[in-house]
Design a protein around this ligand. Structure first.
Ligand code: ADP
Ligand code: MG
Length: 659
């Protein structure tokens, strides 16, 4: 830990650490999350109701009142030449020791009427907290906003001494940005709203630039790799002709892009293939592995779940029956020696056997990339990475692809292969749930279709009993549908059991599958036409869209029902949005916009960085920063982009995008 500040003892250090503050810089970048404007200083009698004001006067009376229920109330009467006002706190008996009758003090708070008297509840006091715009910080026990205000009021200038602005002065003037030290000063000790806005803008600008610079650096470092193996072009016409369908135009152009990368002599592929659920990404993976195999090299397709790996394995086997295709999961290991043309389909268990294939691996494909965590990155912590294709069904808003995936080349599948009936989606009010179950019973009996019922968790959460758990709901649903066959699978179900159940479900021997989001990715059962999502407000919108994508795969009309105990307006609005939208791309944009700055976006991405001040939905700022960086590099070709990266620790060269 490195703090230059005086008076930070071990106790404070521990508390700071709880807020992830371990250095001067992190302290400086612990930005307030909001402000209260107490800059209006007026006479007591002129204080308007329900406004934030600062009042100064003489303390007339101090009382500590103990209430019956063991609680207490502290009251001070403050007066000036024009009148008097009550100041009231609750349960802070020690507080009155700070004040003495007859003293002059300044307080700040929001005026209200209490028992007919003008009152300030829990007012702020002291020079760091009154008479100005005061910041409110993320706090922890014993480190309050008051503490931060004092520290910054006393020590900000010394904290700033060791920081120089990474941006050249001429650029600052050209882009009308205030210098960094000024921005950091104004964000903690704002002089007025105008300066505060300028400070926020400058710091948001830096935050976005940091991401863009990081992407650029990664792209540059990736460009330095030369292909591990030079692959030749082989005709794929025969394979393509063997498909029971024609490739869509998007698939054709994506394949052209991927193939060009694969046979490039100079460049190692680092491409993101982005396409909505069921847009047909798998055949592109298949074509890529086929080309690699023809070149006598190995490829690895990583799937996030066992179920999906098995499904891919079956698909690949059916298209390439004579090829050496292996399944590698927690249960299936690889043979001792592998064919040099092996196509390995694996879950992350592959990490433990990677020495068996890593040397001859020419291609790595990561399916449903957003489902992977940090561990998977170790595949690429490699001086000589293979061609890498990441695939995601989460449509990525432009602002995100620029900032976070700027290091990747992007291919997009814009349209779905065949026209599908959009899934009819409904948010079901609590009092209609049993009607919905009646309807489902009829649907299943009459049309011989099947259903998924999805719960957020496996077990009941102790802290929140209203969130549905798959285990408990399963018992409950069995009573509701005594005439139907129900089964339960979740992440902890034994693989053999799970496979057996899925197999039976495929054969329509099970009517309703109760499950957790493990079915979110990949599963393809055209006869399942209904999905009910319990406690739907606990899922991200993109995730709900994915879950909904489990139905609507056959020719019959499909249905998706959201149940929720939530009555929150925002939560309901989010769910309602899905009733009218089937376009994954629009959903991702909406999801992004309905989150404020600083709110994480983790449903889209594991380890998705959270922004402190900027917002991923601010496309205008992001494009502005892009222009800025371009200009900066033209004007100043030797400018070290690393200087713009705020968190230097996060700069790893390869594979960071998989985070
Ligand atoms: P995803 O992009 O979600 O991974 P898949 O690759 O699993 O989608 O494809 C979904 C379904 O569409 C599969 O059954 C696949 O065989 C089929 N499919 C893929 N491409 C086409 C196409 N061009 N025309 C018709 N069906 C296709
Ligand atoms: Mg897929």
């Amino acid at each position: 830990m490195s703090f230059s500040l005086p008076g930070i003892g071990p106790k404070t250090l521990t508390k700071l650490k709880q807020l992830n503050i371990t250095s001067d810089k992190e302290l400086l970048y612990h930005f307030p999350h909001r402000y209260v404007d107490f800059s209006k200083s007026i006479k007591i009698s002129q204080a308007p109701l329900e406004e934030n004001v600062t009042l100064s006067g003489k303390i007339q009376n101090i009382s500590n009142i103990f209430l019956k229920n063991g609680k207490s109330l502290q009251k001070i009467i403050l007066s000036d030449s024009t009148g008097s006002i009550d100041l009231v706190w609750f349960n802070q008996p020690y507080l009155t020791k700070n004040f003495h009758e007859g003293e002059f003090w300044t307080f700040a708070g929001t005026t209200s009427l209490y028992h007919g008297h003008p009152t300030l509840f829990s007012p702020e006091y002291g020079k760091f907290n009154t008479g100005k715009i005061i910041p409110i910080y993320g706090e922890t026990k014993g480190l309050t906003s008051r503490w931060f205000r004092k520290i910054f009021s006393l020590h900000l200038s010394s904290l700033l001494k060791s920081y120089t602005d990474p941006l050249p002065l001429n650029q600052l003037t050209q882009y009308k940005l205030i210098p960094l030290n000024k921005a950091l000063t104004q964000i903690h000790l704002p002089q007025n709203q105008n300066y505060l806005e300028k400070a926020r803008y400058r710091l948001a600008f830096d935050e976005i630039n940091s991401l863009l610079a990081k992407s650029l650096l990664q792209k540059k470092s990736w460009a330095n790799f030369s292909p591990k193996f030079i692959l030749k072009n082989y005709s794929t016409t025969k394979l393509i002709n063997s498909f029971p369908f024609k490739l869509t135009d998007s698939q054709k152009s994506a394949w052209q892009e991927i193939k060009t990368d694969l046979i490039s002599k100079k460049k190692v592929m680092n491409r993101l293939l982005c396409g909505d659920v069921a847009s047909g990404k798998t055949v592109l993976a298949l074509l890529s592995t086929y080309l690699t195999s023809q070149n006598q090299r190995q490829s690895l397709l990583l799937a996030p779940t066992e179920i999906l790996a098995q499904q891919h394995y079956a698909t690949f086997k059916s298209y390439l029956p004579t090829f050496p295709i292996y399944l590698l999961t927690a249960k299936n290991s690889l043979p001792k020696t592998l064919d040099s043309t092996a196509i390995i389909i694996a879950t992350h268990a592959a990490i433990f056997q990677k020495e068996k294939f890593m040397d001859n691996l020419a291609l790595l494909i990561i399916d449903e990339q957003h489902k992977f965590g940090v561990k998977q990155r170790s595949f690429l912590n490699n001086k000589n990475p293979p061609h890498t294709l990441t695939m995601t069904a989460t449509p990525i808003p432009r602002s995100i692809s620029l900032t976070l995936f700027g290091n990747l080349d992007l291919s997009t599948l814009k349209n779905l292969p065949q026209k599908r009936n959009p899934v009819k989606t409904f948010l079901v009010p609590q009092n209609k749930i049993s009607d919905c179950y009646q309807w489902l019973l009829k649907e299943i009996k009459q049309k011989k279709t099947q259903a998924f019922i999805v719960c957020p968790f496996i077990e009941q959460s102790e802290s929140n009993l209203s969130i549905k758990s798959a285990k408990k709901e399963f018992e409950h649903l069995r009573q509701i549908f005594p005439s139907l066959k129900l089964e339960l699978i979740h992440g902890k179900t034994k693989i053999e059991t799970r496979n057996k159940i899925l197999d039976q479900f495929k054969k329509n021997k099970i009517n309703i599958l109760v499950t957790t989001p493990i079915i979110e990715v990949g599963i393809d059962f055209p006869n399942a036409t209904t999905v009910i999502i319990q406690s739907a407000d606990h899922f991200g919108l993109s995730q709900l869209h994915q879950l909904r994508g489990r139905v609507g795969r056959g020719t019959l009309q499909s249905y998706c029902y959201f149940f929720t105990e939530s009555t929150g307006e925002k939560a309901l609005k989010r769910l309602k949005y899905l009733e009218k939208t089937n376009d994954g791309f629009k959903i991702a944009e909406f999801d992004l916009k309905s989150r404020g700055p600083g709110e994480t976006f983790s449903t889209l991405q594991h380890g998705f960085p959270s922004l402190k001040i900027a917002s991923f939905s601010d496309l205008k700022l992001i494009e502005f920063c892009q222009l800025f960086l371009k200009q900066l590099q033209t004007d100043n070709p030797h400018f070290d982009l690393k200087k713009l990266v705020l968190n230097q620790n996060s700069l790893s060269l390869t594979g960071k995008h998989l985070n």
